[in-house]
Every structure is written in structure tokens, then in C-alpha cells.
Design a protein around this ligand. Structure first.
Ligand SMILES: Cc1cc2nc3c(=O)[nH]c(=O)nc-3n(C[C@H](O)[C@H](O)[C@H](O)COP(=O)(O)OP(=O)(O)OC[C@H]3O[C@@H](n4cnc5c(N)ncnc54)[C@H](O)[C@@H]3O)c2cc1C
Length: 295
């Protein structure tokens, strides 16, 4: 199927090709794979890919005259927070739509354009939520009772730690949970993420924010402190997501769609299940009928 093969197959082929080149000759470590649009009539490129033209121009690549350097990408997971068809999660009043959810519209791979359609279709369900959504919102706003002031210099040391995690985490994930995975790398990445989470929990900013009672309003002395809190929350979410991805990838001892285990390169019919994560428990769902997976 060449370049029209499923995206995990194309990504893996590029990845393995580049790996083979750099192993055979270290000088070729920076070699690239190219996407050549020159066989397509220029007016068609202009009509169909205006954004690609723009982005390439920004990086000094003229798509009409030269091939485009491309890199393989990994979808770290297919799935997310389980919701019903109205977007309701298992927490009353909490709804989720889009990339963050597991609604059942994706199989072991993401089909082209399914993701954006999912946002539209499931987002439209919110029109029918009406009163129950509003009532929950009101109960939160009436709970606000006290204000807590945050000191400006309290978190400076912590900010450096958050920044270090922010920079190192994507690299760790790409190297250990990217296009090709194996137990050894997954286990060492899990140990690293556990370490970071342990350190994160002991930061002074974490202790302050997690000791706040629900409904307390924060008084922030500067915009910068507000940004720090956002960075803190993002870091916590990234660490949680990284941990879920790594543990789930280690749990599934087969290859299926975007998940490729070097030691288990084949799809195993016994694994035709969803992975369910509850707290620290990794479970298998009931077997899923074949037709749900598509191709
Ligand atoms: C490279 C790439 C190519 C893709 N190609 C396609 C395609 O061809 N067809 C297709 O259908 N799908 C495609 N997808 C998938 C599709 O783009 C996504 O599934 C879709 O955009 C998800 O939309 P979303 O609103 O759920 O999430 P997002 O678009 O990720 O939106 C989440 C928003 O929340 C914001 N946010 C995050 N944290 C916080 C916070 N703490 N507070 C406030 N805001 C926050 C983020 O800044 C972001 O704006 C592609 C995705 C990628 C990465």
C-alpha cells in the first residue's frame, strides 16, 4: 500500500529505515526522509495544501521546487477517559469530548478525520445537557467562602524543577514509548516518571495547592504566579498521562495499530480487548467483537 498504508505502518517504516542508516554509518544519523510533491500539478498543490505551502515557506522549503523533509510521529495512545454517548464521565457533572475521551469511535489506530468528526458529533450532544449542567455549576460558585494569598517568592526553586520536567518528559516519552516499544525501555521510563512524580508531590507549590479546600479563592500577587500555577497543573497532568501511557504500553504484550512492541510484533487475538485503568489497577475489558476494529 506504500504511503497509503495505515499511519503506524508508514511511521514505523520511516523510523526503522532511519535507524538502519544511522547504525550502518554514524555519519548518516542526521539523514532524512523526503516527501516529494513535484509530480503534482502546481495549481492542485495550491488548491489542496495552502497551509502546507505556508508552513514550508516559513522553514525555507519551496514545495514546488524541492522535496519536504518529514519525520515520523507517534500517537502515544488511542483512548482516554471513558464516557457514554452524551459525553458523561463516571464523575457526575464532569463531561468530556474530543481527543481526551474513549467513546469507542477509534479502534487500535486513528482513522483519518475521525478525530475532528468526533469533536463535532459529541460536542453537539451538549446542546441537550441543559439544566443538569447549570445546576452543578451553581453549586460550585456558592461554595466559595475564603480567600488565600500566595507569596510571590515562595515557588522560585520549584519553577526550575517544573521546567526541567517539562523539557525532559517529551524526550523520555519519544525515546521509550514512541514508535517502537519494548519492556526494558518502558520499565526504565516508568521508574523515571515515578521519581519525578515523587519529587513533584514534595514541592512546596504542590503542598500549598493540594492543601486548599474546595471553593477557596486564590489571591495572586502577580500574573507570573498565575502562570506558575498553570505550569504546575500542566506538569502534573503530563506526568499522570505519561505514567498511564507507559504502564498501559507495558501491560499490552502484543502489537496492534499504533502500539508496536518489538518483542511481540504480532497481533494476538487474546488481546482483542480494551485496557481499563482504575487507580493503580490495569484490567482487560470484555473481548471486543471483531467488526468494531475496522481495518
Ligand atoms: C499532527 C496531527 C495531525 C492530525 N490530523 C488529523 C486529521 O487529519 N484529521 C482528524 O480528524 N484529526 C486529526 N488530528 C487529531 C485532531 O486534531 C484532534 O483529535 C483534535 O484537534 C482534538 O481536539 P480537542 O478539542 O479534543 O483537543 P485539542 O485540540 O488538543 O484542544 C484542547 C485545548 O485545551 C487547551 N488546554 C489544555 N490544558 C488546558 C488547561 N489546563 N486549561 C485551559 N486550557 C487547556 C489546549 O491549549 C487546547 O487548546 C491530528 C492531530 C495531530 C496532532
Amino acid at each position: 500500500m506504500g504511503e497509503l498504508a495505515p499511519r503506524d505502518v508508514v511511521s514505523r517504516s520511516i523510523f526503522l529505515h532511519l535507524q538502519k542508516l544511522s547504525e550502518s554509518d554514524p555519519n548518516r544519523a542526521s539523514d532524512r526522509v523526503w516527501l516529494d510533491l513535484r509530480s503534482i500539478p502546481p495549481e492542485k498543490i495550491q488548491r489542496r495544501f495552502p497551509k502546507i505551502i505556508q508552513v514550508c515557506q516559513k522553514w525555507g522549503v519551496d514545495v514546488f521546487k524541492q522535496p519536504i523533509p518529514v519525520a515520523p510521529a507517534a500517537h502515544y495512545w488511542m483512548g482516554g477517559i471513558v464516557t457514554d454517548l452524551q459525553g458523561q464521565t463516571s464523575i457526575p457533572g464532569l463531561y468530556a469530548v474530543g481527543e481526551v475521551t474513549s467513546t469507542g469511535v477509534h479502534g487500535a489506530n486513528r482513522l483519518a478525520s475521525n478525530s475532528l468528526l468526533e469533536c463535532l458529533v459529541f460536542g453537539a450532544q451538549f446542546a441537550s445537557l441543559g439544566k443538569s449542567f447549570q445546576r452543578h455549576d451553581e453549586s460550585i460558585s456558592t461554595a466559595r467562602s475564603a480567600t488565600k494569598a500566595i507569596q510571590a517568592d515562595e515557588w522560585q526553586k520549584d519553577e526550575a524543577v517544573l521546567e526541567r520536567i517539562h523539557q525532559a518528559l517529551p524526550v523520555l516519552m519519544w525515546n521509550n514509548a514512541g514508535i517502537c516499544r519494548d519492556a526494558e525501555h518502558l520499565e526504565s521510563a516508568i521508574a523515571q516518571v515515578r521519581d519525578w512524580r515523587y519529587g513533584f508531590d514534595r514541592l512546596s507549590v504542590t503542598r500549598t495547592l493540594t492543601s486548599l479546600e474546595v471553593g477557596v479563592t486564590l489571591s495572586l500577587p502577580s500574573v507570573r504566579i498565575g502562570q506558575s500555577i498553570r505550569r504546575w497543573a500542566e506538569t502534573q497532568n503530563l506526568l499522570d498521562n505519561a505514567y498511564l501511557i507507559l504502564r498501559s504500553a507495558l501491560f499490552r504484550t502484543e502489537s496492534r495499530g499504533g502500539h508496536y512492541r518489538i518483542e511481540y510484533p504480532h497481533t494476538d487475538p487474546n488481546w482483542q480487548v480494551h485496557t481499563l485503568v482504575r487507580g493503580e489497577d490495569w484490567l482487560r475489558s470484555q473481548p471486543i467483537p471483531t467488526q468494531e476494529f475496522g481495518d
